[in-house]
Design a protein. Structure first.
Length: 255
């Protein structure tokens, strides 16, 4: 018996996972919530195409079992964007150099989740116990008036949602947001110029900054992330599912 495919979910419940599971099942996909062992039951191991939705550790454990490759924007992608798309200084540093910084900064690890992504008052506040060569992305501290998540496939925005205002969770459908037109204009310019530097399926977070003198500042990229591990917020679930499924490809696929 053949199937339209398999979607494997983490045992940890999320509202996004539940919505995607229902949408996938309605398409005829088999949906399997794995036990804590993260082992796929033997009868399901040969079903293709196979996809997953879950966090990085879950995905890393499951992808080899289903012969899959995880599509993910390169860790250095944001830092190498032209300034007009980020509107802030972003650098890649070894942890030893980041520890020398005297002013407050925003930092995130570029390899796994080696320390919390956060604002640090100075370099001495960075966690200890890590190798000096640990790669760190350091950027200026900025405030986004609103933040939006876009699900992108083959350079096309399939769906999206506002997810925060002034750093607070505040989901809303794109169509209801007054920034809708400006958002699409900025995202179109970015994708036209830089889509070739990204995988074919991913999520893109963008938003307008708060200007230093008040009011709305420039639009900028917050970050890009994997479709296989991104909350939907108020996005259309069926359109988001297209991106989630395509963000996990056969291991021998060159996409």
């Amino acid at each position: 018996m053949t199937h339209p495919g398999l979607l494997v979910l983490t045992p940890q419940y999320t509202s996004s996972g539940a919505r995607l599971a229902q949408a996938a099942a309605e398409r005829g996909l088999l949906v399997e919530e794995l036990p804590p062992s993260r082992r796929i039951p033997e009868p399901l191991r040969d079903i293709r195409p196979a996809h997953l939705y879950g966090g990085p550790r879950f995905a890393a454990a499951v992808a080899p079992q289903i012969g899959a490759k995880l599509l993910d924007p390169a860790a250095h992608w944001l830092a190498r964007l032209p300034y007009r798309f980020v509107s802030r200084a972003i650098r890649e540093l070894p942890l030893s150099a980041a520890r020398e910084l005297q002013q407050p900064f925003f930092a995130k690890p570029l390899a796994d989740k080696t320390f919390p992504t956060d604002v640090y008052a100075s370099g001495v506040r960075l966690p200890g116990g890590l190798p000096d060569a640990t790669p760190v992305q350091v950027s200026e501290i900025v405030t986004f008036a609103a933040e939006f998540r876009l699900f992108v496939l083959d350079g096309e925005i399939r769906t999206g949602s506002r997810y925060a205002t002034f750093g607070r969770l505040d989901p809303a459908p794109l169509a209801s947001c007054p920034e809708h037109d400006d958002l699409l204009d900025f995202a179109h310019d970015l994708l036209t110029a830089r889509a070739h530097t990204l995988p074919r399926a991913f999520v893109l977070d963008v938003g307008p900054m708060v200007a230093d003198v008040g009011g709305e500042g420039p639009w900028a990229v917050v970050e890009a992330g994997p479709g296989w591990f991104s909350p939907l917020y108020a996005s259309d679930v069926d359109a988001a599912l297209d991106v989630v499924l395509e963000s996990v490809t056969p291991a021998d696929d060159a996409s």
